[in-house]
Design a protein. Structure first.
Length: 287
């Protein structure tokens, strides 16, 4: 009888039940909270990417048909309507602007001839890559808003150390330097005409409907849920060696820093591709 009463007492003992119930209820709620945080960050990022596309197209309709007096001085002799010609020797606008604000140290224009080798290669691949002198200020106008989306360096290079706070990035000078590199590796900016998915034929007509398309790989840094909501670079880009490169991977052949994200991202980094477009009529000014 004593043993039976002891067993009954143990079976009726409810000590610790509250802790077990708390753990069972807490984990799903915690994951839901993290998912809401990641969704909120993605929603805000979509707005910034849309703004970047609008900034890019507003720049494009001015740059494409800028005053011919500026053709040689600003665009390396690239004719009006061209995005693939001209030496990109005058292009460190973002660094220069940040340096004037005192946000990044040591920024400035490169010494004469610093772009010479790159310039020849860019002009050689002109008709396919939109890498000429007039494209540079268009790209920078679109990239500038995207600096605010650049993640904390550690959350990309060492994603295992990621946190909700790291997903918000940082405004210190060192992080701005990283943001410049990240934006140029994680962003593709292209110019199209009308509804065509092909790169705009050049020269772009003075009365054409200019469309700027921005593709940005947002770094998902919220722990646990990033693997559920976002994708790795391997799954997003595919593998060139295996012959299964995805359309997104092919599009990133147009990135300013091709392959930069693959070199930068550590194992376990996850990303969400964000796309935005904006269309405006070319200014068509008759100078």
């Amino acid at each position: 009888m004593a043993r039976l009463s002891d067993n009954r007492a143990v079976s009726l003992d409810e000590r610790g039940v509250v802790y077990v119930e708390f753990i069972i209820a807490f984990m799903p709620l915690f994951l839901l909270f993290l998912a809401v945080c990641q969704l909120a960050l993605l929603a805000a990022a979509r707005l910034v990417v849309q703004h970047a596309a609008l900034s890019g197209v507003r720049s494009a309709i001015v740059i494409l048909d800028d005053d011919p007096k500026n053709e040689l001085k600003l665009y390396g002799g690239a004719p009006r309507g061209s995005l693939s010609m001209g030496s990109p020797s005058a292009s460190l606008g973002i660094e220069t602007a940040l340096a004037k604000l005192g946000l990044v140290p040591g920024a400035g224009h490169p010494p004469p001839g610093a772009w010479a080798g790159a310039s020849a290669a860019l002009v050689e691949q002109a008709t396919t890559h939109q890498q000429g002198a007039r494209m540079i200020p268009i790209r920078e106008a679109a990239e500038f808003p995207l600096l605010s989306l650049a993640p904390n360096e550690a959350s990309v290079v060492r994603p295992q150390e990621g946190s909700v706070a790291a997903s918000l990035g940082s405004s210190v000078a060192g992080q701005l330097v990283f943001a410049l590199g990240y934006s140029r590796a994680a962003t593709v900016i292209s110019v199209h005409v009308g509804d065509s998915e092909q790169l705009a034929p050049e020269p772009i007509a003075r009365d054409a409907a200019v469309r700027v398309r921005v593709t940005y790989l947002y770094s998902c840094g919220v722990p646990l849920v990033r693997a559920l909501m976002c994708s790795s670079l391997a799954s997003l880009f595919g593998s060139e060696s295996e012959g299964n490169v995805t359309p997104l991977g092919k599009r990133f052949d147009l990135a300013e820093d091709q392959g930069g994200l693959q070199r930068l991202a550590g194992p376990g980094a996850f990303f969400m591709p964000l796309n935005a477009e904006a269309t405006l009529p070319n200014q068509g000014a008759a100078y």
